[in-house]
Design a protein around this ligand. Sequence first.
Ligand SMILES: *[C@@H]1O[C@H](CO)[C@@H](O)[C@H](O)[C@H]1NC(C)=O
Ligand SMILES: *[C@@H]1O[C@H](CO)[C@@H](O)[C@H](O)[C@H]1NC(C)=O
Ligand SMILES: *[C@@H]1O[C@H](CO)[C@@H](O)[C@H](O)[C@H]1NC(C)=O
Length: 457
Amino acid sequence: MLSRFLLPVGVALLGANLAVADQESCDLDNKCPEDTPCCSQYGQCGVGAYCLGGCDPRMSFSIESCAPIPVCESRTFSMDSLDGIVDVSEYLGDASKADFVSQGEPIAYNDNVLLTMPPRSVGTVLATTVNIWYGTIKAKLKTSRGAGVVTAFILLSDVKDEIDYEFVGTELETAQTNYYFQGVTDYGNSQNISLSDTFSNWHEYEIRWTPDKITWLVDGQEGRTKKRSETWDDENQRWNYPQTPSRLQISIWPGGADTNKEGTIEWAGGPIDWENHPDMENPGYYYATFGEISIECYDADSAPGTNKGVSYWFDDIAATNDTVVDGDKDTILGSFLATGLDMDKGKSDDDSSDDDDVATIPGGSSSGTGSTSGATSDEDSNSSDSSSSDDSSGGGGGDSSNSGSSGSSDSSSDSSCDTGSFSQDCNGGADSGAAPERVMGASALAGIVALGALLIL
Ligand SMILES: *[C@@H]1O[C@H](CO)[C@@H](O)[C@H](O)[C@H]1NC(C)=O
Ligand SMILES: *[C@@H]1O[C@H](CO)[C@@H](O)[C@H](O)[C@H]1NC(C)=O
Ligand SMILES: *[C@@H]1O[C@H](CO)[C@@H](O)[C@H](O)[C@H]1NC(C)=O
């Protein structure tokens, strides 16, 4: 339930070229200023990557501030390597060049991709480069485990329509489902599906989303259905039903981090054990394991739900289905200084030339990525420590090499909020006046950027 705004910003690191002075936060009542016009998914103003997927036009300087977003394209991701996964610091909006944009530390392991959460990090999030305007998405996955550790498989639009599967690491026989319209919290929308141990077993999770109905299926069996007709909001004269183009996001994040609100920590199964949990001992990080993921677009003949053009954008901040345009505007920024208002800014110039105090990459880039993929080497491995290779780690990363894990945790401590201080110091100012749940992501990001640290929530 609380999760929606707690999506991890990912392991972030302040790139050398990214020195942000007073970064502004943004929400519905506080739009971004003209020089940093784009309001990121986490509620912070910036340019460049802030203007790509997740940029909320309702909270940005103007409705054109966010770049148009790539339309739906049916794709299957084998998730047997890191191919197609690009760090947020390297993506300018060309969906033909990448499948996922990542923040944090994805690792290839045994023909799967692990999303990892090293000690005191904020975990890892991958978001598709394409947007889905109704359709069917599926993922084979094994969740993470442990108190406070949350795995998510969701659809999230730039205006915060959302359809979720979430898994709390102490409730391994429950898949929590939920949906939101424009980020409006409604505690009645959550519902559970029971299933066998989600950490040990592969399950296929599926969301079928049409203009009239959402169906959640596990292993091909219907677990829940929600009809649009059940969501009429008489007071506001609208359907409180997800209806705008959304990115598929998969993540592992620290719901139980001690910087979170009590209610969140409780929902997440309690505080995280960063030291003695079996996964901390071996492989040295929490992880969720992903196999094949697919997207099948809805392909309507007429709106809503088309994907005939190049990109989607909104022509009105009401941000309902009838304000989505499916058209031919370009989606690719000229540089990390560009915005929807000036898509070519900085193109092929040397980026370092100006504006060096403007936030360009939400949460910063992850230094972990490069070295992490190096740490992947499937073959070299569990040389040491046979004692901990018990089978309860269920395949996946459980057996993952100690060498691999130390590689990745090293890199994460570089990028981490000053080794070991995932808390106050990283936590920045914490208020943006929105619902409490949504404040955290935003404020954490402020903390990250302002302190040159990394963290979130
Ligand atoms: C879902 O399950 C969790 C624990 O397994 C429980 O705390 C929560 O109340 C349940 N939600 C609903 C809507 O039943
Ligand atoms: C699209 O939005 C309009 C305006 O809110 C509404 O009347 C219509 O029913 C919506 N259609 C769908 C399929 O959601
Ligand atoms: C770990 O070592 C054992 C014994 O050598 C081997 O059977 C197993 O496949 C190895 N696991 C990995 C992940 O390399």
